[in-house]
Design a protein around this ligand. Sequence first.
Ligand code: NAD
Length: 284
Amino acid sequence: MPARILDGRVMSETLRAEISQRVSELKKRGITPGLAVILAGNDPASEIYVRNKGNGCLETGMYSETVRLPESISQEELEAEIDRLNQDSRIHGILVQLPLPKHLDAASALARIRPEKDVDGFHLLNAGSLMTGGEGVIPCTPKGALYMIRQTGVDLAGKDAVVIGRSNIVGKPMAMLLLRENCTVTVCHSRTKDLAEYTRRADILVAAVGRAGFVTADMVKPGAIVIDVGINRVDGKVKGDVDFDSVREVASWITPVPGGVGKMTITMLLQNTLEAAERAEKKA
Ligand code: NAD
């Protein structure tokens, strides 16, 4: 029997309805959750992501602001903009759209965001919290991926989980989240020898590589849950890291691309922004 689909569109619809509900409750108390997205330069893919984030805010009743900065902006000017948003009480979440133009220092910019407004969860304090079991903001993509894994209803404790990719925004936080769920976690990367030896043992396999169709059916354990984080543009089409048609015949659950983790990422950003506004209300 082919794998069941973990449908990011359907899950997002349900979650966004819940988010809208909570937003309207906050609004009744005079608070509108607000997200500011900083976009430096004119990267076409970033333009699309930023537009989708703004639309997500509109759809759920949140306030959103896109701060467009020229490609030539200096580090000081960028950080001054972040400082301004840190002080703006209408803004509960600040996101710096990556990648930044090459001459800018992304790590320094991310560190400038107040941790409670860091809705991407990339600030060192939030990354450290995830590592040490604290209460920080969790990065949107792995948070969405874990939500999808939980929707299978499978008891995760003791399961073998393999994450392919070790980036700070996907692979590493994903591994930490699965560890929190009591999985036995292996992180594979570009220097891993005999990758398939690891992936074939995985009850849960997360692919965050950035290569279309990289994970093929022979690399997957029968009955595995396969989560495809990849977004790769091939001949104008968006493709995942997983060879969907063949892997679907082996796995028990699988996420499609598009309509999988990508959709959930923006939904989790909206959730993180809402939660930041709720926390700000409690602190006030
Ligand atoms: P990255 O380039 O920072 O990391 C890729 C990782 O893949 C690296 O850690 C590298 O070691 C590993 N890798 C590369 N070649 C490999 C190989 N041959 N064998 C094993 N591992 C290998 O990328 P990233 O930012 O983590 O993103 C990964 C993918 O996920 C990309 O396609 C990206 O577009 C996508 N992505 C999707 C979302 C979403 O919302 N769905 C969000 C972020 C990234």
